[in-house]
Design a protein around this ligand. Sequence first.
Ligand SMILES: Cc1cc2nc3c(=O)[nH]c(=O)nc-3n(C[C@H](O)[C@H](O)[C@H](O)COP(=O)(O)O)c2cc1C
Length: 140
Amino acid sequence: MKHVAVVFWSGTGNTEAMADLVAQGARDAGAEVEVFPVADFDESQIAAFDAVAFGCPAMGNEELEELEFEPVYEACEAVLGETPVALFGSFDWNDGEWMENWESRAHDAGLNVVGTAISRDYPDDEAETACKELGSALAA
Ligand SMILES: Cc1cc2nc3c(=O)[nH]c(=O)nc-3n(C[C@H](O)[C@H](O)[C@H](O)COP(=O)(O)O)c2cc1C
């Protein structure tokens, strides 16, 4: 059984809702899943998981949340190696450019990105399906 971590930051709950859907998708696909607000996670925990999903909304100017999420994510980036990684998050007023930036950054860092999911504001039916499929991909 795959052991999957879902690590997220969420200001107003939209990315948190996505985290729960990613976790549900992974559980439905047979994984054991733990969900962590990013404040409760650090890079020393990576080794305990077969796959990790990171969730963060678009903040700043198409950036990751800089105070809590960015430092933990950056430290994890250095130790993830071949671990399958999924990226997800919510946005609102632009068109998802922050996720394009984030995915490029992950590829440049050599991460094994298996997929991404984005949602304008709170996840609608389409985003719900995308989140569950992302979780399922991590459980494979
Ligand atoms: C300080 C701040 C910066 C934001 N920057 C962006 C941005 O650059 N692009 C964008 O599309 N949305 C931006 N947003 C909108 C959020 O990404 C959006 O409200 C999202 O749904 C919040 O997710 P959450 O509920 O998980 O915090 C920003 C919101 C805040 C509060």
